[in-house]
Design a protein around this ligand. Structure first.
Ligand SMILES: [Zn+2]
Ligand SMILES: [Zn+2]
Length: 207
């Protein structure tokens, strides 16, 4: 017996049917959130998922979005640019896509680890000494480049110059080598941290 799909008019001789509708027009129930939000640390780029801060690229976040959706689909993908999820629905005979809009925001914040670090931790101090104008320029340039590699805990304006407190000494060593800047380096044992010796390195730069 011939059936005509009431929605698109296709006949069951041309397309598979599911109940009164052809398989493409059959109502699909997919339950998904209208909007979602992720928090990404702007320093270490990790994302908070289920209470933990983890490494997560877009494809991992897309999987997370799809995992919040329930329904009759075989698989799904999420497109951050279009803010749209595509679900693949069907059976052994035919699979077709169903789209749903889901608004996903990625909010910037600082994870507890990074905030603890920037709350006082540092391995190196860059001491800039010399003419005021040169110090200002070096301070500006160094800061810009350092922030791409590490974090700056504190900046101190002193009578004799400027001190920059920097998260990682290694980053300072690399940067100075790259810029060809000479520094007088002194290293001091500053205590222990998780069983490891913690050194503080001072880089004195005369400008
Ligand atoms: Zn139809
Ligand atoms: Zn972080």
């Amino acid at each position: 017996m011939e059936h005509i799909c009431p929605k698109c008019g296709v006949s069951n001789r041309e397309a598979p049917f599911s109940g009164p509708f052809c398989i493409k027009c059959r109502p699909v129930e997919i339950d998904c959130p209208k909007r979602m939000e992720f928090i990404r640390c702007s320093k270490c780029k990790r994302v908070r998922l289920k209470g933990n801060w983890v490494e997560a690229d877009e494809s991992k976040l897309a999987k997370e979005v799809i995992s919040k959706c329930k329904g009759d689909f075989v698989s799904g993908t999420y497109d951050f640019r279009k803010q749209e999820a595509t679900f693949f629905v069907g059976d052994r005979r035919q699979v077709f896509p169903v789209k749903r809009k889901i608004k996903v925001n990625v909010v910037k914040n600082i994870c507890p680890e990074c905030s603890r670090k920037s709350g006082g931790y540092y391995e190196g101090i860059i001491q800039l000494r010399g003419k005021k104008g040169r110090i200002k320029k070096a301070q500006r340039d160094l800061k810009k480049m350092l922030l791409k590699r590490t974090f700056i805990t504190k900046e101190e304006e002193l009578k004799e110059g400027v001190d920059l407190y920097v998260g990682e000494s290694k980053a300072v060593v690399e940067l100075l080598a790259e810029l060809g800047l000479k520094a007088k380096i002194t290293r001091k044992l500053a205590g222990q941290k998780e069983g490891k010796r913690l050194y503080r390195t001072t880089f004195l730069i005369r400008l």
